[in-house]
Design a protein around this ligand. Sequence first.
Ligand SMILES: Cc1cc2nc3c(=O)[nH]c(=O)nc-3n(C[C@H](O)[C@H](O)[C@H](O)COP(=O)(O)OP(=O)(O)OC[C@H]3O[C@@H](n4cnc5c(N)ncnc54)[C@H](O)[C@@H]3O)c2cc1C
Length: 397
Amino acid sequence: MNQFNAIWYICFEHKFAKNQRVKKMLRYDQLSYWEREQYLVGNAFVIVGAGLVGLSTALSLHDRFPDEKIMVLERGYLPTGASTKNAGFTCFGSPSELQDDLQHMPAEKVWQTIELRLKGLELLKKRVGAAPMHYRNCGSWDLIGAQEPDINAEFIADLNAQFNAHFGLENVYQKDPHFQEKFGFNGFHSAYFNAYEGSIDTSKMIAQLFQQCVAAGIQFLFATEVKSWVSGQNEVSIETSYGELSAQHLFLCTNGFAQTYFPDELRPARAQVLVTKPLTHRVNGTFHSDRGYYYFRDIGQRILLGGGRHLDFQTETSTEFEKNERIRTALLHKLTEEILPGQAFEIDHEWSGIMCVGAEKKPIIRSLNKNVHAGVRMGGMGVAIGSAVGAALSKLV
Ligand SMILES: Cc1cc2nc3c(=O)[nH]c(=O)nc-3n(C[C@H](O)[C@H](O)[C@H](O)COP(=O)(O)OP(=O)(O)OC[C@H]3O[C@@H](n4cnc5c(N)ncnc54)[C@H](O)[C@@H]3O)c2cc1C
């Protein structure tokens, strides 16, 4: 055997051994008595998905039923959907987004969703606390592009009046005549400031919720995919990649991966994000444009920019964590021409995440039968509504 072959052989052996190890994960029927009692027996509630909605549901169930055994099953080694991949905007609607929503949905449903977003944010802040998730009340700006008509002043006044009447919030949206001098952007003629919005570090949020779950005795099996379930009279049998377990109630918190259960009501929606290397010029705040289809913010000296899904809806209806070159090019163009005009920048990192959308921009919070329940279709609003959806799901039992 020459040296090259020897190296190849060692690599092959190593890969083979690794594959064998993965294959040798024990099935549930091979677990010890102790393991079986600890993890598989006596679960009152099993939750599928360890994203924001899954963890919030687990915590809300624990609040309501502190003595019950709760298990979260997650197929990734980390939550693998949207909850640790999002932009971290604590947002409840920009004027151009709400104008678009009101054109496509009955006003009553639009205001119900806004209410859920505000309630969810309140619960999230109460549960996690501002500092542990790096919450900043930095405000947001809705930037109106040079080619777009300005938003009617009467529409803004009406929104403000409605926010005041529904939620007691004053002057939510105000035209900011100084945004150009403040930020040096290019290609926008107007901006509407919202002092009530802000940002978080989205991974810190999930890490905090996970720690709270562990402290509450909620158990987790990661790298465990739920394949199917069958509802019985008083319990649900859940088939996973390693065998079967049962629970009194099953909660599906799988968002963009839940199409099997709601084929006509939801679909996955991929979203792409870029982060620059640290810049000399600092922008402080969160920004939306084009009905919320583009969004950017600072992370320290860097800019995070995401969106552009509307440029290629068809390709982006996907659960694959891939990049879309067409959208990437548009995002780079936005950075060069509009956000950082005349400034050199380099991209440090990029990724995609999977959201869930449908005909209605409103979450589905529903019992499929008496012991299976679902909280899905969070759109681009999950950071805000996720905690409220978890609380609502816990009340279905
Ligand atoms: C790029 C991007 C930017 C965003 N920006 C914002 C923002 O700024 N503000 C905002 O409010 N929202 C934003 N969102 C949306 C927000 O992140 C989501 O709405 C929210 O995270 C959804 O949470 P979830 O728990 O419902 O779903 P997810 O976080 O997707 O969690 C679902 C989990 O279920 C698991 N799972 C799926 N199928 C199975 C199975 N069969 N067995 C076991 N586990 C399974 C997945 O692995 C996943 O971890 C953004 C999303 C993306 C992708």
